[in-house]
Design a protein around this ligand. Structure first.
Ligand SMILES: *Cc1c(COP(=O)(O)O)cnc(C)c1O
Length: 431
């Protein structure tokens, strides 16, 4: 890691780490909110100049070309979902044709579960976990019902032992010939735990089950080898670490081995591009993951992603991951050294091992609601998760080591002065 065992806590050291950072030039590519420490890029990534430029280009194409943009735009809109899928493939380790941008995470999850979860005979169960994001919880429950089954009998939610993490052994212990599909997050949204994907894939396949992952909290900060690991399907949003903008179009991955699996929900945008405009009443599915699309690509919600992905291609996802681990390591070391739990009440809820964590650090505190409010007043933007978690996400392309140092100084002052006690312990509507 290059960081000493006992970290230097002085400000000069933070500047030194920044001076040695090979990715530091990327910070200038972003619009950073003025006088603000933004540590919430795992909820909504910031706008880059490149993303703005590709969005404005598409707006201009619409202005100049009207409907002609479908074929005559710089990157034709007709195949834009596939083009962006190709640009994103290196971030997830996909082969050509396995990734396409489409709709939202939740829609993609429904489409993929509807298509891959086909209970038959004694193999009827959907295996998930109890810590996943609410939308994913609602989706698995409703998919079991859609299949005509009772979730109390056919949906397994693997419990957490500590309320923070899911033990892979507990997932593997529930796998047997009654499980049709396993669907799990790659990184847990609250604690930031990164699951051992290749191990879980191997275990699921050895029991004859399919396995898919929600990669919302890993794409853009953790490298993936989805095809090499033989993941069956995956889906993720692009407005978190990929900085595509609020409600930016999501993505889906389908392993090319499943070329024979038809979408259970068919729409004209999933048609073979060569015959789509034959306007035939018979669906002719695209030969690749594109067939899982439903309707017209959301151009204005996809365009910022193009510029953003250029930045990732320049930086390289391995370098992004390396810096992410250094940033989060530095953050945790500063907390350990300056704010030990017994004195401050802060506790780190994220696994310590680099191989077991994603891009953010979950800092727990009994007064997290009030500390979160105090941080906001000090123009720090964290991410609060009820009831006691403050998620801090230093983003490799735009957060500096000095930013991390300053955030820790705020956390220190807020508890040491008791300043947080002046804030309400009621939570806001969006938190
Ligand atoms: C962000 C996130 C979502 C959001 O889904 P949308 O359909 O984009 O609103 C879903 N699941 C997980 C795990 C997430 O992190």
């Amino acid at each position: 890691m290059g960081l000493a065992d006992s970290v230097r806590v002085d400000e000069a050291y933070a500047h030194l780490l920044d001076a040695q950072d090979p990715l530091r030039r990327f910070r200038d590519e972003f619009y950073l909110p003025p006088d603000t420490l933004y540590l919430d890029g795992n909820s909504l990534g910031l706008l880059s100049r490149r993303a703005e430029a590709t969005l404005l280009r598409v707006v201009d194409e619409w202005k100049r070309l009207g409907i002609g943009g479908w074929l005559d735009a710089a990157r034709p809109w007709f195949t834009y979902a596939e083009t962006l899928g190709e640009m994103m493939a290196p971030l997830v380790g996909a082969r050509p044709g396995e990734v396409v941008v489409h709709a939202s995470t939740t829609v993609n999850m429904h489409q993929l579960l509807a298509s891959f979860y086909q209970p038959a005979g004694r193999r009827t169960k959907l295996l998930a976990d109890e810590l996943n994001f609410p939308s994913d919880q609602y989706a698995v429950d409703s998919q079991v019902r859609l299949a005509g089954l009772d979730p109390t009998a056919h949906l397994i939610r693997v419990p957490s032992r500590d309320g923070r993490t899911i033990d892979e052994d507990d997932v593997i212990a529930r796998l047997d010939s009654s499980v049709a599909v396993v669907v799990l997050p790659s990184v847990l949204y609250r604690s930031g735990q990164l699951l051992d994907i290749p191990r879980l894939v191997q275990a699921a396949h050895s029991q004859g089950a399919l396995i898919g992952f929600d990669c919302c909290h890993s794409v853009g900060v953790v490298p993936h080898r989805l095809s090499e690991w033989d993941v069956d399907f995956a889906f993720w949003c692009t407005y978190k670490y990929l900085n595509s903008g609020p409600g930016g179009v999501a993505a889906l991955y389908v392993n090319q081995r499943h070329a024979g699996v038809a979408p259970r929900l068919a729409g004209w945008w999933g048609n073979n591009k060569a015959t789509q405009f034959d306007m035939s009443p018979r669906f002719d599915p695209a030969p690749d993951a594109g067939r899982f699309q439903l309707g017209t690509v959301h151009m204005l919600s996809a365009a910022p992603l193009e510029g953003s992905l250029e930045l990732f291609a320049e930086a390289g996802i391995e370098a992004v991951r390396e810096k992410s681990l250094r940033l989060t390591e530095y953050l945790m070391q500063l907390l350990d050294t300056l704010l030990p739990e017994e004195r401050s009440g802060y506790r780190i809820g994220t696994p310590r091992e680099p191989a077991r964590r994603g891009g953010h650090v979950a800092v727990e505190h009994p007064a997290a609601i009030q500390i979160n409010a105090a941080l906001k007043q000090r123009r720090v933007v964290p991410d609060f998760r009820y009831p006691n978690v403050i998620r801090l996400a230093p983003i490799p392309l735009y957060t500096s080591f000095h930013d991390v140092w300053r955030v820790v100084m705020h956390l220190k002052e807020i508890v040491e002065t008791g300043e947080y006690r002046a804030f309400s312990s009621q939570r806001a509507a969006v938190a």
